[in-house]
Design a protein around this ligand. Structure first.
Ligand code: SAH
Length: 260
């Protein structure tokens, strides 16, 4: 069973410096197999410690360094998936889930599968996901990611979504591929009236072509195009400020609804 080991950060006041310094750095280890000894930079933790209940304190063999043991949740395993092509960040998955209202009864079609990250996240929440992928060399990785998460409700098809969607009465279609506008004729047949399409694209020309193709089709209504930015903050005592890193760009999300 996968587990997580956390080493808590510790700070100590150093009188000579008249300030607190970090004496123990925060660390995190992912344990994929809890029946084997884990080697950390602080020493080894025997398998006998790893079977303790979630939330237990466990200690390294010789140096007696303390870690906290947790059972790995879906999100811990998800973050460790092997990502071959670039995947959609969690903040953008958040938009897809909340704006479409996906739930345990939803039927979803996704393309392209890529690493299977988005389809796995959606399958974790909804009834069934079918994901289309043209690159046969990506399929083994997608299947292995699905297996790592123990998901049974995803079907991977080695087909181009531009050539048609075999599923019908679909609640949500997610598109993360170079020319999403070419998928519209397939989506139109598969999506139920009232269902949503979310297209995720990194660059502006893709939005221009997708939105203008959607606008020409009276079955669809553009709801909005957004870009979400996540800004990390540093919270260290009273030193609280945005982290001094660049603002990264992931992609634009266009939300569309089938209205007739
Ligand atoms: N959303 C995915 C990443 C997708 S990357 C994830 O979270 O893991 C884009 C993928 O679309 C690539 O793997 C590419 O091979 C695939 N693709 C491109 N055109 C396609 C098409 N016509 N039908 C299905 N997949 C396609």
């Amino acid at each position: 069973m996968p587990k997580i080991l956390f080493r808590r950060e510790k700070k100590e006041f150093v009188p000579e410096l008249n300030r607190e310094v970090t004496s123990v750095k925060a660390k995190q280890y992912f344990v994929s197999d809890d029946s084997k000894i884990v080697h950390t930079s602080e020493g080894s933790i025997p398998a006998s410690e790893l079977v303790k209940p979630s939330g237990s304190k466990v200690f390294t063999q010789n140096s007696n360094k303390e870690f906290v043991l947790l059972k790995a949740d879906f999100i811990d395993v998800y973050k460790r998936l092997r990502k071959l092509p670039q995947t959609i960040p969690l903040k953008d998955i958040g938009f897809i889930v909340t704006e479409t209202g996906i739930d345990k009864d939803s039927i979803v079609v996704d393309a392209g599968a890529g690493s299977g990250a988005l389809s796995c996240f959606l399958a974790h929440l909804c009834k069934h996901v079918t994901t289309y992928e043209i690159r046969s060399d990506f399929l083994a990785n997608v299947e292995s990611n699905i297996q790592s998460l123990g998901l049974k409700n995803i079907c991977v098809k080695n087909k181009s979504i531009y050539d048609g969607i075999e599923e019908t009465n679909v609640d949500v279609v997610t598109l993360d591929l170079p020319e999403p506008w070419l998928a519209l004729p397939s989506v139109e047949k598969a999506l139920r009236v009232g269902g949503f399409v979310v297209s995720y694209s990194p660059s502006v020309p893709q939005i221009v072509d997708f939105v203008s193709a959607v606008q020409k089709n009276e079955k669809f209504l553009i709801i909005k195009t957004v870009e979400l930015s996540e800004r990390l903050w540093e919270v260290n005592g009273r030193r609280v400020r945005p982290k001094s890193i660049e603002i990264g760009h992931s992609g634009f999300l266009t939300l569309v609804r089938r209205i007739c």
